[in-house]
Design a protein around this ligand. Sequence first.
Ligand code: SF4
Length: 199
Amino acid sequence: MGGGGPGPLDLKRAETEARACTLCAPCLPLGPRPILQVGTRARLLITSQAPGTKAHLSGIPFRDASGIRLRDWLELDEEVFYDPERVAILPTGFCYPGRLPRGGDAPPRPECAPLWHPRLLPLMPEIRCRLLVGSYAQRLVLGPGSLAERVRRHEDFLPHYFPLPHPSWRTLTWAAKNPWFEAEVIPRLRQVVREILAG
Ligand code: SF4
């Protein structure tokens, strides 16, 4: 990157500020603990929903069964997945948002992405493709729409975006009902990821 553009120090500063954010602290049952992974040379960006309790406790995104499934879909080992100079992770909400009264995690805090994504994204100029993992990420970037339809029509969103379901255990049932996902989408996803990280 040439002289006047943003550099690693700008990203480091923005990351430090994001990690210290307390904007919606009163709404967070476990308190703020922003989870993100950023690097100036990252080429692949994963935008998911919000951290679960395991990520909140460890401070590490996708260190759970969903992460194992996601890495399998991407055909990436932990060394590459957790290398911020190759893979960046910006959830739709950086902090664990708590539970809904009827069960399941609450939606990502709506304050988060509008505040932090526009600040961090321009500081990662090497990003070539953004994986939109789950309905919250897809709604954030693409607006309202059918998750399954977007995943099926993934080719329409390339090279900038790749819509995916969230890799939770619920997706196993969804994938069984939609065999095209494993047969067509996963091989294409692996090819895209391989090409982005290689060249
Ligand atoms: S969810 Fe986002 S906006 Fe809210 S405290 Fe965490 S980092 Fe800040």
